[in-house]
Design a protein around this ligand. Structure first.
Ligand SMILES: [Fe+2]
Length: 313
């Protein structure tokens, strides 16, 4: 007989709140990944661009449904962390639309900005059923997008296709799609996604994502922006070290609180760097090939990570 690990199941209300928090954040992230891929193809791969556009519209639709369900059901922590939208999201979408001609549903962004958190009221069985369906559809569409990203990455890595997105960026966003799917599976099985004992593996994951963000920023700034490139490269090295620190901590029992404190402190500084960078791009004070929505996107991911540390620690 094997050892059976009995995991405590979450309540109906926890299931609804955790699902909506997760979907509000990640469905927008997946919608934006689809957009970043869409604008990166050359005329030869027009068909790939069209597929990416279909994913963008599919995720926008799911995000709209998640937003309807989330009003009065999302957690106060998720809203106050600014992982759903930031002070720059609307303006970043407006300018990105101006540059690319691709439409953004600004009404949806405004609805997200107006969301109200869950109160003491118990959610209805109908809400629960709708959230179960949302989780399943989010999983399905994300699995399809992950396959699309995998195929693209394979073609790019083997020099069979060209896109302006870095191979590492495609790998990075594939990792995020898989991470979202893992979290959805836990929720579908009514397991918590905010257990303190899982915090360290979240730190390994997100420190690596933060390191790569810093490297993407360094690589997409105009070469004349030497000071900013140097600052971004320093964050890249710092977060490589933080990833190694968190990985080592999983192998041996060491000062977990110290690792988390280092991760939090580094992420707070990187978040401020991303916020001022996004502002600078929106105000035309920074020269780069960073599409404005990418600045806001990576800022939201830092906010999401800080929220995980806050609620699990
Ligand atoms: Fe990311």
């Amino acid at each position: 007989m094997g050892i059976e690990v009995v995991k405590k199941l979450i309540s109906q209300k926890e299931f609804i709140t955790m699902s909506l928090d997760l979907n509000l954040f990640f469905l927008r992230i997946m919608k934006e990944h689809s957009f970043f891929l869409e604008i990166g193809f050359s005329p030869r791969n027009k068909n790939m661009g069209e597929q990416a556009a279909m994913f963008r519209r599919g995720f926008e639709q799911l995000l709209s449904e998640a937003t309807d369900l989330a009003n009065g059901n999302v957690s106060a922590n998720a809203l106050s962390s600014h992982q759903v939208t930031t002070q720059y999201t609307l303006e970043a979408e407006r300018l990105t639309n101006f540059y690319t001609g691709i439409p953004f549903n600004l009404g949806l962004t405004r609805r997200e900005e107006m969301l109200q958190p869950a109160g003491l009221r118990m959610p209805s069985a109908r809400t629960e059923e709708a959230v179960v369906r949302l989780d399943r559809r989010a999983y399905q569409l994300t699995a399809e997008l992950a396959t699309f990203k995998e195929r693209l990455l394979q073609s790019v890595r083997s020099c069979k296709m060209f896109t302006v997105n870095y191979p590492l960026l495609i790998e990075h966003i594939l990792r995020e799609a898989r991470h979202f799917m893992e979290m959805l599976v836990k929720l579908i099985h009514r397991e918590s996604i905010t257990r303190p004992e899982d915090l360290l593996s979240q730190e390994v994951f997100w420190n690596r994502q933060m390191a790569e963000h810093a490297k993407f920023i360094a690589g997409l700034l105009d070469p004349s922006e030497e000071t900013l490139i140097e600052a971004a490269s320093m964050f890249g090295r710092e977060f490589d070290a933080l990833t190694a620190e968190a990985e080592n901590a999983t192998k041996q029992t060491m000062d977990l609180a110290g690792v988390t404190a280092d991760s939090r402190q580094g992420t707070e500084r990187l978040r401020d760097f991303k916020a001022s960078g996004t502002k600078g791009i929106l105000e035309c004070k920074i020269q780069s090939i960073i599409i404005p929505l990418l600045g806001d996107h990576v800022l939201r991911e830092a906010n999401h990570y800080l929220c995980i540390i806050l609620i699990s620690d």
